[in-house]
Design a protein around this ligand. Structure first.
Ligand code: 4NP
Length: 158
């Protein structure tokens, strides 16, 4: 059975589609399913922000076909790991969790890289292309750390 991972931000057009595309490019798709969602409804059906599409394509990753969708409680059942870009996204999802088992699937994405520091992926929506490049670099490092952790867990039968 595949391990399912969900990346979550507010709008699902800047950070989480980038995180989805980067992580997917690093994992074998016969073993992992990667998706993304936003806690807000603002951008349902929208493609990623043009600046996210651009920064990804500069690194050889095509996210132009992704479309925004809103996080929903059934995602707690469908996914094994749910990663929030920031603490507001995490809090919004935890409010929708009615089981401990579901709440325990939610973590900050940067927790793997900076344990215990409550580090957030900054929202680049009102920023510049440079902010999107910095978000890419952060997501690239965070997903490297995540891939190591996930492949270790699989190798140890967890
Ligand atoms: P994201 O960025 O959460 O990284 O997709 C945002 C996108 C849209 C809005 C806010 C943040 N918005 O307010 O529409």
């Amino acid at each position: 059975m595949k391990t399912r991972i969900l990346m979550v931000c507010l709008g699902n057009i800047c950070r989480s589609p980038l995180a989805e595309g980067i992580l997917r490019s690093k994992l074998p798709n016969n073993l992992f399913e990667v998706d993304s969602a936003g806690t807000a409804h603002y951008h349902i059906g929208d493609p990623p922000d043009a600046r996210s599409i651009k920064v990804a394509s500069q690194k050889g990753i095509d996210i132009s076909n992704l479309r925004g969708r809103q996080f929903r409680p059934v995602d707690f059942q469908k996914f094994d790991y749910i990663f929030a870009m920031d603490m507001a996204n995490r809090a919004d999802m935890l409010r929708l969790a009615d089981k401990k088992e579901h709440a325990s699937k939610v973590n900050l994405l940067l927790e793997t890289l900076f344990p215990g520091e409550n580090m957030e992926v900054p929202d680049p929506y009102y920023g510049t292309e440079r902010d999107f490049e910095q978000v890419f670099e952060l997501l690239d490092k965070a997903t490297d750390a995540l891939v190591l952790k996930l492949t270790n867990q699989i190798n140890h039968g967890k």
